[in-house]
Write a protein of this length. Structure first.
Length: 201
């Protein structure tokens, strides 16, 4: 096998490992047999369902506004203001109380990382990175880029609070909607059915 082909397979393996973090979680011990989330909770099923539906709409409007702003030579600082303004307006149109949708997205990201922090896949990825750093079959540039990707992901997860710091109902809701929340993130901007087509390959 040529060095280039081997590097290609290594790249696929790294991408697969990162994907497994999101799609291959073992939920045993997280799920409750009840239909409703435990209490206390700071968010509701209705809110989680709504943010999964509304976030892509708000981000699409933001992307379009930024595209138009860049066409007239807007600044970086201006882009941040446009982004915040458009999202706030879109969430208001969608019926969100001011600031609540932005909080929900940020909070769900953090809660997702806290759940990943306790997964076997998280530990496996850290172990893999330690050994991958010694791999001499991949170019220095490619390996450095891939390790940086993994390192950023691990740091983000490691910094997440312990699950005990969240209301138990919030943890249960995030577990219940984990796959749909992730599909919302990775599916944005892709044609309808893309995720299903990729999964069937």
């Amino acid at each position: 096998m040529s060095k280039g082909l081997f590097a290609f397979f290594i790249s696929l393996a790294v991408s697969a490992l990162i994907a497994v973090l999101a799609f291959g979680l073992d939920w045993d011990g997280f799920f409750s047999d009840t239909d409703t989330a435990q209490t206390p909770s700071t968010m509701s099923t209705v809110e989680v369902e709504k943010i999964i539906k509304d976030w892509p709409v708000a981000i699409a409007a933001t992307d379009q506004a930024l595209k138009e702003y860049r066409a007239i030579g807007g600044s970086r600082g201006g882009e941040a203001a446009v982004s915040r303004g458009v999202q706030a307006n879109m969430y208001a149109r969608q019926g969100w109380v001011r600031g609540r949708a932005e909080f929900m997205i940020s909070y769900l990201f953090m809660l997702r990382n806290s759940i990943l922090k306790y997964s076997d896949q998280h530990r496996t990825l850290g172990y893999f990175m330690e050994h991958y750093e010694q791999n001499s079959a991949v170019s220095v540039e490619l390996k450095s880029w891939q390790i940086d990707q993994i390192d950023q992901l691990l740091k983000q997860i490691n910094k997440a609070p312990d699950l005990s710091e969240y209301p138990p109902g919030d943890v249960e809701l995030m577990v219940r909607y984990f796959d749909r929340f992730h599909a919302m993130l990775v599916g944005y901007g892709r044609p309808p059915g893309f995720s299903q087509r990729q999964a069937s390959r």
